[in-house]
Design a protein around this ligand. Structure first.
Ligand SMILES: Nc1ncnc2c1ncn2[C@@H]1O[C@H](COP(=O)(O)OP(=O)(O)O)[C@@H](O)[C@H]1O
Ligand SMILES: N[C@@H](CCC(=O)OP(=O)(O)O)C(=O)O
Length: 257
């Protein structure tokens, strides 16, 4: 069975005062369906945003942001558990930092736990460990964390579910005439030097970190698919029906032949 990492951003999972339950349920249903065809690893953002639904601390203060993550992580996981229980899917929580990929010994631990989780038919749910880490142990965004998880666990593909339909030739929030790019083979240096533009106050990524993830994935000869996480039609078409309707596929030229 092919292995696929699905990453979902904060904006898809949360609204200002609550977890976006219906969107989460749609995501959970898609994952349940996709598990018939692939081994799925879920990388989820949303701990800080979920924390804010409970206590409104100032997330620009680093310690308060950690407290928000510590409050939000169990809120997020219990929301997932309620939904996966409907489908009798067991889940696990795996919190990682950049350090987990810094040495062979650490990486082996991550690989072993994820492999063992999957062979026991448990869905691994990964997030960055925002809580006890120093800034240099953190990726700081889950786009790059998910790319590392995909490569080191031998996944064939990374699917990023965002608040946007794909990668456009300019920011569609500023330019209504922006056109979506269906397939991208290469990412130029200038594209990575754009200002970071997360669309949500709790998102830390923006398009640049997605492009960094895509570059890493293509260098490793894997594929990345960026599509909408609010409306999962494109993700469903791509994953379940092998059809590329909407969304951007990042794939190296050699791999596309
Ligand atoms: N060229 C572009 N194509 C698509 N999105 C872009 C582009 N430039 C900037 N963006 C912004 O990046 C946002 C997606 O990143 P982000 O808000 O971090 O999402 P997520 O929470 O899913 O990680 C989009 O909503 C859009 O405002
Ligand atoms: N670990 C953080 C992830 C923040 C993050 O990367 O957000 P996003 O840009 O929405 O993927 C959290 O759970 O809040």
């Amino acid at each position: 069975m092919k292995r696929v990492v699905i990453k979902v951003g904060s904006s898809v999972l949360t609204e200002t005062t609550t977890i976006a339950k219906e969107r989460m349920l749609n995501l959970v249903s898609l994952i349940v369906e996709a598990r018939k065809k692939y081994e799925i690893i879920l990388v989820t953002s949303g701990a800080v945003a979920a924390g804010y639904t409970s206590v409104q601390l100032n997330r620009s203060i680093p310690t308060s942001k950690k407290v928000l993550a510590s409050v939000g992580q169990p809120i997020l996981m219990s929301a997932y558990k309620n939904k996966f229980d409907i489908f009798n899917v067991a889940i696990s929580q795996i919190l990682l930092t950049e350090e987990d990929f810094n040495s062979r010994v650490h990486t082996q631990i991550v690989q072993d736990i994820i492999n063992r989780t999957l062979t026991n038919d448990i869905l691994p749910i990964v997030n960055e460990n925002d809580i006890s880490t120093t800034p240099d142990q953190l990726f700081g965004d889950n786009d790059q964390l998910s790319a590392h998880v995909a490569f080191y666990t031998g996944a064939d593909m990374l699917v990023i579910l965002s608040d946007i339909d794909g990668y456009y030739d300019s920011n569609p929030k500023d330019n209504p005439k922006a056109k979506i790019r269906k397939v991208v083979h290469e990412i130029e240096k200038e594209e990575l030097e754009q200002v970071h533009t997360p669309n949500n106050q709790f998102a830390s990524g923006g398009i640049v970190t997605k492009l960094m993830a895509a570059k890493y994935i293509m260098e490793k000869k894997r594929k990345m698919f960026l599509c909408n996480g609010y409306d999962l039609a494109a993700a469903r078409d791509f994953l379940i029906h092998d059809k590329h309707t909407k969304g951007t596929l990042f794939i190296s030229k050699e791999k596309d032949k």
